[in-house]
Unconditional design. Sequence first.
Length: 563
Amino acid sequence: MKKTRVHILLLVVVLASLTMAFREDLFLVSKNLDIFASLYKEININYVEETNPADLMRNGIDAMLGGLDPYTEYIPESEIEDYKLKYVSTQYGGIGIGTLNIEGKLYVNEISENNPAYKQDIRPGDQITRINNVEVQGKDRNQVSQLMRGPKGSAVSLVIIREGTVLNKTLTREEIKQPNVSYSGMLDGQIGYIRLDKFLENSGQEVKDALESINKEKPKGLILDLRNNGGGILQEAVKIVNLFVSKDVLVVTQKGRNPEKTVAYKTTNEPISPNLPLIVLVNNGSASASEIVAGALQDLDRAIVVGQRSFGKGLVQQTFNLPYNSLVKVTVAKYYTPSGRCIQALDYAHKDQNGIAEKFADSVMKAFDTKAGRTVYNGNGVYPDVFVAPVKYSPITISLVSKNLFFDYANSYKKANKTAPNVKTFQISDADYSQFVTSLASKDYSYTSKTEQLINDLRTEAEKENKSVAVKTDLDELKNKLLAAKKTDLITHKAEIKRVLETQIISRYYFEKGKIEQAFQYDREMAQAKTLFGNQAQLLAILKGDGSYKTIGSPVKTSSTEN
């Protein structure tokens, strides 16, 4: 009886404390809202210069949210459609083209097959000067997109310049679909392949449809490619895991400060491929829902993860309605994979003096166990079971890409070569590459390498310390050697530059699908996956955690191999 009274008393005390804390929080919120509203009013009424109330408020909102994390954001009514396309829907009314801006001019860069622009013979390389009689020069990408998009069935007129000839085109907008699954099919050796680019509406169903089609071919294994997939809807990730995992299995748990935001997500259906050998490809661009899928399948020992460490976004967002048709997207929870680990890499609760969130230190990383007893770690993303060194492009290649210097040559190649090449084996010849190099003669593809920047910094520091005369000769000699080396960059880095150029060229013939298929021949992670599928003993050893496969992503073990 005494114990019961004690328990009741403790409960009353706890509830009273919570009530007082809640009331105090409400008072502080009310107090600060009053202060903010009064400040806002006085500034708008009394400031010496004319103010823009909307801009003042937006700056205040952005500053407030900027102190949290980059995923908590305000969406005004004017940006709702872009928000939906980025985070929710895969469909919009448009004509199906991609554009880029070169030296202030707007050019068509890509065409989506079988969409209005394709049907009306719009081509990569066409310069767009007017959209619906509106001059496009000086308009940013968002403004151009708004001009292009509109209701299905509505008309859009374009004035374009093609090889010096002015053409007028009138197109009828259609519903443009950007599928979550950009490619699926069979690879050599009876291996199925599904490339999932995002986790927006219907992504679970799209993966299911692709998997059912592949299963008809009786594959020996499946590659699920989540590289550069920034995530999306958490529930879609659960559906995808459920395709490979039995019913009523925990996939992910989200935990928030608000108890209502703590939810455990389990599989709800029987899987359609419970025993198909599975490899998941990830890289540093795989985030959020991608990490839920990769992390859950790894924790459940259901798939082998291949590639590089994923991005490390273990945060869950929820959208709330605000007045005047605006929204706010708020981080409401962290998510945890079946083993109990959270893979969040950046600590937004603790920032440095510049306001930048730092990575969680290796010293605070904790070990967790997969279903089979393998050791995995929290923090800093999902580490792959099999690490593959990433492709790192040289400064010259990055400069050529950033300055759009592949664009003109890809267009001229298509004009000179009417016959479509074999997409899966296409490579440009040495003669083609020489022509490309020649085409750069009048172009600016200069760049400042890290070494050059270090030399410049050293020269600046030497001048501050009055030692510039003493080191000038050595620094000049080193800089001249670097300049001589840069002159041969187009030869030194020929192989990687050719690969990027080939991707641009093949898209002129086979669109997005062609770019994907042509790149298979150079794909390191895919090659590693095929090798693993050819070695069943190694597949089993990894999943069982034999030998060196017992521990995945140890902070000590991986610190020398991770960037």
